[in-house]
Ligand binder design. Structure first.
Ligand code: 4AD
Ligand code: MG
Length: 482
């Protein structure tokens, strides 16, 4: 086919799709399924999930992504293009005009008797999502198609709804949303797990045998942010209560079911706030978000209760109804040491908890979320407020059943002299943090905040056990296909 012919064919196709019937307004299937009455004329557009043919009818389940459920369409042989309709396959896209009528079938109130079926496109037989159930592992290899399955459609609708719930929660509480930068010149967590951002030519770097940051785009070393906290602190000193919610990046080589290299973190930061109020806030946040998802995503959640985790209902009830436990790190260590449980990693006061320890505390000991406070300062970043014991800092982690750490935060060190001394102790270059220290020079106040891993929250409320399955296109060590 010549170029001219191709163009002509495309034009004809577009004209066909744009014909009158298709351009009339479509109704989303979630609205139709909630209809109170039968309707004389409706238009839906969506994709064929399944199709059965009898001699004189085609039954098609059409899904448009607006909800978990599909709607049944009945197309009879009287339709002018019935020959074509018979050839329609799973995954094909259709525009259906017809009547919304009571369905005699079980499990659905409404179905559509088609007056017309426009075939927008036909998916060939090698469309990977045929009827059979696929494993999560396989679906990860086709992450571009998996949102078309029931499970992943549900997961990503819940993700979307939870994002809305976050902004609503903070707006209702009078917080301001801050867009923290993604490219930064500082390492908030001091763990050195950062991705470099550079415009230097790798060939030049190789030739020179080093990276000459002076010649780099920013004239200095730059990274993708690991946390928006330092920016949020600056804004809390101006706008009072703020939050940032955006992508964060960690180049840690942990190939676990709870780590990805790119994830979204929600970070509130509150002026005039101490550790207790910080915990109150975190508890209210988790409860409100969970309740919102339960109210607004009931159908999608029901799928997870039925197919992913039979105990999910109980988990959600605990999350919204129970008071979360609050103990110190020292008390947590005591509980672990006395538990008699054999852990893979030893429990020792002064070291960081492993995920198995965190899960034991939340899942088996308290059987609900638990805040662990006042960690030894050696295992926490420089910005946490030192306690009077000189040994611990006003840190807080929220540990939850099945996941472990959901939230990490602290009251911040607002005393300039104490903060500078701690930075010296840790060997941090104070001159690089001059702007951060300014906030302690000019009108410093007690303040606190935390970061909640958004994907971990989604795992918690859906029962999904692998973080890769709540991220649209997950990035993990050695893997970036999409
Ligand atoms: O505990 P983290 O490292 O805390 C901070 O970054 C603080 N600056 C936050 C603050 O106080 N504003 O990270 C916060 C949360 C963790 O509790 C965890 O839920 C999540 O971020 N998280 C990850 N989620 C997915 N993949 C990873 N690699 C994660 N690393 C941390
Ligand atoms: Mg942490």
């Amino acid at each position: 086919m010549g170029v001219g012919e191709v163009a002509e064919k495309q034009e004809a196709l577009v004209a066909d799709h744009n014909n009158e019937r298709c351009m009339m307004e479509r109704v989303k299937i979630n609205r139709l399924l909630g209809s109170e009455t039968a309707l004389e004329q409706v238009i839906i557009k969506g994709w064929v999930r399944t199709k059965r043919d009898s001699k004189t009818f085609s039954f098609m389940e059409i899904n448009d992504g607006s909800c978990l459920k599909s709607i049944q369409v009945i197309a009879g042989e009287e339709l002018a293009n019935y020959n074509e309709i018979e050839k329609v396959t799973t995954g094909s896209a259709l525009c259906v005009t017809g009547r919304l009528v009571e369905s005699p079938g079980k499990g659905q109130r409404w179905e559509i008797q088609a007056d017309g079926v426009e075939i927008i496109s036909v998916a060939p037989e090698n469309y990977p999502l045929q009827k059979k159930r696929h494993t999560d592992e396989y679906l990860r290899t086709i992450a571009h198609l998996r949102p078309r399955t029931n499970k992943f459609g549900a997961a990503f609708r819940i993700r979307s709804e939870a994002i809305y719930a976050i902004h609503k929660f903070y707006r209702d509480k009078g917080f301001r949303c801050l867009s923290a930068p993604v490219i930064t010149g500082s390492d908030c967590e001091g763990a050195g797990e950062m991705f470099r951002v550079t415009s230097l030519d790798p060939a030049d770097v190789a030739k020179q045998g080093r990276m000459n940051f002076k010649e780099d785009f920013f004239g200095t070393q730059a990274n993708l942010t690991v946390s928006g906290q330092l920016s949020a602190e600056m804004f809390a000193m101006a706008l009072g209560d703020v939050y940032t919610f955006g992508p964060t990046f960690r180049a840690e080589d942990s190939n676990t079911s709870r780590h990805v290299a790119e994830f979204w973190m929600l970070e509130p930061e509150m002026a005039f706030c101490d550790l207790d109020a910080n915990m109150d806030h975190a508890e209210e946040l988790v409860k409100t978000l969970t309740r919102h998802v339960m109210e607004h995503c009931a159908d999608d959640l029901a799928l997870f209760t039925q197919f992913v985790d039979k105990k999910l209902g109980g988990v959600l009830d605990t999350l919204v109804n129970e008071d979360y436990a609050r103990v110190t790190y020292d008390e947590g260590i005591e509980i672990l040491l006395k538990s008699g449980k054999k852990f893979e990693f030893p429990v020792e006061n002064g070291t960081d908890l492993q995920s198995e320890h965190e899960r034991f505390l939340a899942e088996e000991h308290f059987k609900k979320p638990v805040f662990l406070t006042n960690y030894p300062k050696e295992i926490k970043p420089f910005y946490m407020r030192q306690n009077d014991d000189g040994r611990t800092v006003a840190a807080v982690d929220l540990l939850v059943p099945r996941i472990g750490e959901l939230i990490g935060g602290s009251q911040r060190e607002e005393r300039l002299d104490v903060l500078e001394a701690r930075m010296d102790e840790m060997g941090l270059p104070k001159e690089d943090y001059w702007w951060y220290l300014d906030s302690r020079r000019f009108g410093t106040v007690p303040h606190a905040g935390f970061g909640m891993g958004f994907e971990r929250f989604l795992m918690l409320v859906t029962g999904i056990t692998n973080i890769r399955d709540v991220v649209p296109f997950p990035r993990t060590p050695g893997k970036i296909d999409f």
